[in-house]
Design a protein around this ligand. Structure first.
Ligand SMILES: [Zn+2]
Length: 361
């Protein structure tokens, strides 16, 4: 490399953001340094990540105490002071109003009408930007991740629930009441299906989020164990053979399934458990169908999958793509791809940072 090349790669600007990722069961705080090079490239670095658990009944006071506590730990770990911080970004778990930085409503905690941005601004004296966590993650892939050159995409998060974010013509599209892209509540099971938190049955969230994956696995193992389903009979011999290879029997397999989680089922699938493989294939088919509806509606350039279950992207992607392609209106969606997020494990913190780094409100 020539000396001149090295110079051009040098950082020309550094911005430091205090990122707060508020979730249903925990909150994270960190400093995010964004370095911009002369050629427009961006790189990010997370420092001083601090985590606090949040109980469902923590309420506004509990959330506020966790924010103060975690923020102090972030500064302690990094040795920085507020002088180093340019602005604050915060994600809100639930309905948000990004114009006011308001936490409008979260069904699981009951927290409502919380002027989060105003209170953070009053407490810390820095500019504050806040929005719903899924919109923030979608925006982060636009600002820092796999969609930097993409103006139209659908972002789907699959973890304990399923949410969606839309970036259209380079802007977050939230809908009239911040309810756009509720992909988790697309119906994917006709005539019944599991009861969803929204009150309907057969929603994608009830079927293909982490708890839905675990439930379908328990049900499949039970069906195969009982041998009552003709469709499962072919799987039974494969399953027994797999169990034998792990020195287990059908009773042990049935017992283990009771405590299985989406993550442990993914591990089983990687070890060759045919029922775990089938459950992830079915997950791909459900998500692929829902993603095709979203694509046929908005004609995006990309569909991006994030959330904890995206760690098993390789397990469900082939079935997802097969169903997605079959249901897609191909004439206008020829170059469309489905990809895993580029944000990594701390997507929520990157989401919070993106709100402050490239504000859209
Ligand atoms: Zn639902």
């Amino acid at each position: 490399m020539k000396a001149g090349d090295k110079m051009s790669e040098k950082t020309t600007k550094k911005t430091t953001i205090l990122a707060l990722d508020l979730g249903g069961s925990k909150m994270l705080s960190a400093l995010v340094d964004v370095s911009e090079s002369a050629d427009g490239g961006r790189s990010t670095k997370l420092r001083g990540v601090a985590r606090r658990a949040l109980t469902q009944d923590a309420g506004r006071d509990g959330v506020w105490a966790a924010i103060l506590d975690a923020t102090a730990e972030t500064f302690g770990k990094t040795g920085e002071s507020w002088d180093a911080v340019d602005s604050i970004g915060a994600t809100i778990p639930g309905v948000a109003d990004p114009k006011r930085g308001y936490w409008v409503y979260a069904p699981f905690s009951g927290i409502a009408d919380f002027p989060l941005a105003d209170e953070l601004r009053a407490q810390f004296g820095k500019p504050v930007f806040a929005d719903n966590d899924v919109n923030a993650c979608a925006w982060a892939d636009k600002v820092f991740g796999v969609c930097q050159d993409v103006d139209n995409f659908v972002w789907i998060t699959i973890s304990n629930g399923i949410g969606g974010g839309l970036v259209l013509d380079g802007k977050v599209y939230a809908g009239k009441f911040s309810g756009a892209a509720e992909i988790g509540h697309f119906n994917v099971v006709e005539n019944g299906g599991a009861l969803c938190g929204c009150g309907n049955r057969g929603c994608l969230e009830a079927t293909a989020a982490g708890p839905g994956i675990a439930r379908r696995y328990r049900e499949l193992v039970k069906d195969v164990f009982d041998g009552i389903d003709a469709a499962s009979s072919g799987l039974r011999a494969d399953w027994l053979r797999y169990l034998e290879s792990t020195n287990a029997n059908a009773n042990a397999g049935l017992a283990l399934a009771q405590s299985a989680t989406a993550a442990s089922i993914a591990d089983e699938a990687r070890r060759g458990n045919p029922l775990a493989v089938e459950v992830y294939n079915a997950t791909g088919r459900y998500v692929g169908r829902a993603a095709s509806y979203a694509a046929n509606l908005v004609n995006p350039e990309k569909i991006v999958i994030g959330g904890g279950v995206a760690g098993s992207f390789d397990l469900f992607y082939p079935a997802l793509w097969e169903t997605f392609e079959r249901c897609l209106f191909k004439a206008t969606n020829k170059a469309l791809t489905v990809e895993k997020t580029g944000l990594g494990y701390e997507a929520g913190l990157m989401g919070a940072a993106s709100l402050a780094f490239a504000p859209y409100c």
